[in-house]
Design a protein around this ligand. Structure first.
Ligand code: FES
Length: 177
């Protein structure tokens, strides 16, 4: 089981099982830490390792490194929130990204977002569906304005996307799981 899955599940486990999961998490974090020396510390690289392994940056991991390295947790959180590559909350299995930069906005990206929320059952104040199958992300211009509106479905870029084409892709994902 991937560390991401067990860490997510560990939040719902009874106390004894949670202790075991915590030990596994500590071992994973120790492994990341072994890649660095005190003189070679790079918060971004550590965060990238955490994100790669867990799929996001668990708060607990940040406080662990903060204690171990005697670096304020705020520096980790500050860096993690500055770069869009980092995520502070668990993400769904499928990531749907919609560009809402000016060109895409003019070509109807807001309509795509609203329809996706309904289709994927994602509330307005959240990004991920309650079953963790889908995360809807919004970005500000991915530099492909010539083919606006643009979406990225599980890392595949789709330009000149229409509501119909997008819903077809979502249905395909849903039926393949
Ligand atoms: S505004 Fe969407 S790609 Fe530039």
């Amino acid at each position: 089981m991937s560390p991401f899955v067990w860490f997510s599940q560990c939040m719902h486990l009874p106390e004894t099982a949670r202790t075991e999961e915590r030990i596994i998490m500590e071992e994973t974090l120790e492994q990341i830490l072994r890649n660095y020396t005190q003189t070679d510390l790079n918060i971004i690289t550590i965060l990238q390792d955490i994100e790669n392994i867990f799929g996001y940056i668990p708060e607990e991991a940040v406080y662990w490194f903060s204690r171990k390295l005697d670096i304020p947790a705020s520096r980790f959180f500050g860096t993690a929130t500055f770069y869009s590559q980092f995520h502070l909350k668990p993400r769904g299995k499928n990531i749907i990204t919609v560009c809402r930069g000016t060109a895409c906005h003019v070509k109807g990206s807001e309509r795509l977002i609203n329809r996706l929320r309904l289709e994927l059952d994602i509330p307005n104040d959240d990004d991920t569906s309650s079953d963790s199958r889908f995360t809807l992300e919004k970005v500000n211009c991915i530099g492909a304005c010539g083919i606006a509106p643009v979406t990225i479905v599980n890392r595949q870029v789709h330009g000149n996307i229409t509501l119909g084409k997008l819903m077809k892709q979502i249905k395909k994902i849903k039926s393949s799981e």
